[in-house]
Design a protein around this ligand. Structure first.
Ligand code: CP
Ligand code: NVA
Length: 300
C-alpha cells in the first residue's frame, strides 16, 4: 500500500529515526532508487528551498521532476483535487504539493494511487521540521528534552514542532502573543500525548532562558500578506536579537526555516551570527527529503 507524508503524525518514532539514519547514508551514496521514475511537484505558493531541494533531490536519486505552477494546473479550481490526483498518478510515481488549504493535500492523498508529500500547507510543514531535527542532531544537541524555544507566530512551523513533540521527547517553550496560538487540536493532542514538556510562555526572555535552540519564523506567512502591518505591531516584542539570545545557553543554535524578514522577526546580527545554523537547515532539506522520497517512492 502507498504511504503518504502529509504531517509528522504520519510517522512513528522508529520511522523518524530510520529516516534520519537513511538521510545520513544517502548523503554520500550514489544509489538511484528513483531511476526511471518521475515526481510531479505542484506549488500554489512561492518557494526557493523546497522547490530546489525537491528537484535536485529527485535528480540525485536518478529520477525526473515535473514542476507545475498552480497557474498552469488550477488545483481545486480548474480541476478538482481528485481529478488532478487520478491523472498525475497515471503519469508519475509520486506527488509533492505546496498548498494554501491543507484539505487539498488530504484530497490529493485520498485519490492518488502514488505517495503524496506535503511541501507546506497553511497547517504544517513536516519536511522542514524533519530537516530541523536532523540539523539539531548534526550539531550534537539532540537528546531527550532538548530545550527548543520558539519565538513568534503559532503557525504551520509550530504545528509541525508540536506534532513532533507528540512522538519524541522535547522541552518546547513557545513564546507566542495572545491570539496567535498554534492549531488548538494539534496543541491539545501534543499535550495529551504526554511525551514532551510543552509550555506557552508570553515573555520571550523566559521562554529562551537556558534554551538549546532558539527558533523563529516570519510573522506574516504566505497568504497573510494583507495582515502584515497589524502583525508587525502585534509581534514587535517577539524579535530574536542578540540581547534575547543572551538568555539562552552560550552554545545555543539559532534556527529559522527561511525566508527571513530581516529586521522583523530576526535581526541581521542574529541570523548571520556564529550561533546561526540556518544554512545547515536549508541544506538539510535536500538530504532529508531524499530519504523521504527514497523510502516512499523508491521503496528502499
Ligand atoms: N523553508 C522553506 O520552505 O522555504 P521556501 O518557502 O523557500 O521553500
Ligand atoms: N510560516 C511560513 C513558512 C515558510 C517556509 C509560511 O507559511 O509562509
Amino acid at each position: 500500500m502507498k504511504k503518504d507524508f502529509l504531517s509528522i503524525a504520519d510517522l512513528s518514532k522508529d520511522e523518524i529515526f530510520e529516516l534520519l539514519a537513511l538521510t545520513d547514508s544517502l548523503k554520500a551514496a550514489t544509489t538511484k532508487p528513483l531511476s526511471g521514475k518521475t515526481v510531479a511537484l505542484i506549488f500554489q505558493k512561492p518557494s526557493l528551498r523546497t522547490r530546489v531541494s525537491f528537484e535536485v533531490g529527485v535528480v540525485q536519486l536518478g529520477g525526473h521532476a515535473v514542476f507545475l505552477t498552480d497557474e498552469g494546473v488550477g488545483l481545486g479550481v480548474r480541476e478538482s483535487a481528485s481529478d488532478v490526483a487520478h491523472v498525475l498518478s497515471r503519469f508519475n510515481n509520486g506527488i509533492v504539493a505546496r498548498v494554501f488549504d491543507h484539505q487539498l493535500l488530504l484530497d490529493l492523498a485520498k485519490h492518488a494511487t502514488v505517495p503524496v508529500i506535503n511541501a507546506l500547507s497553511d497547517l504544517s510543514h513536516p519536511c522542514q521540521i524533519l530537516a530541523d531535527i536532523y540539523t539539531i542532531q548534526q550539531h550534537k544537541k539532540l537528546r531527550d528534552y532538548v530545550k527548543i524555544a520558539y519565538v513568534g507566530d503559532g503557525n504551520n512551523i509550530v504545528n509541525s514542532w508540536l506534532e513532533l513533540s507528540s512522538i519524541i521527547p522535547l522541552h518546547l517553550t513557545l513564546a507566542i502573543p495572545h491570539g496567535y496560538e498554534p492549531d488548538k487540536a494539534i496543541y491539545e493532542k501534543a499535550q495529551n500525548a504526554r511525551v514532551s514538556k510543552i509550555e506557552i510562555i508570553r515573555d520571550p526572555k523566559n521562554a529562551v532562558n537556558k534554551a538549546d535552540v532558539v527558533y523563529t519564523d516570519t510573522w506574516t506567512s504566505m497568504g497573510q500578506e494583507q495582515e502584515r502591518t497589524k502583525r508587525i505591531y502585534d509581534f514587535w516584542e517577539y524579535q530574536v536579537n542578540t540581547p534575547l539570545i543572551r538568555h539562552a545557553k552560550e552554545d545555543v543554535l539559532v534556527m529559522h526555516c527561511l525566508p527571513a524578514h530581516r529586521g522583523e522577526e530576526i535581526t541581521n546580527e542574529a541570523l548571520d551570527g556564529r550561533q546561526s545554523v540556518v544554512n545547515d537547515q536549508a541544506e538539510n532539506r535536500l538530504h532529508v527529503q531524499k530519504a523521504i522520497m527514497a523510502k516512499l517512492i523508491g521503496k528502499i
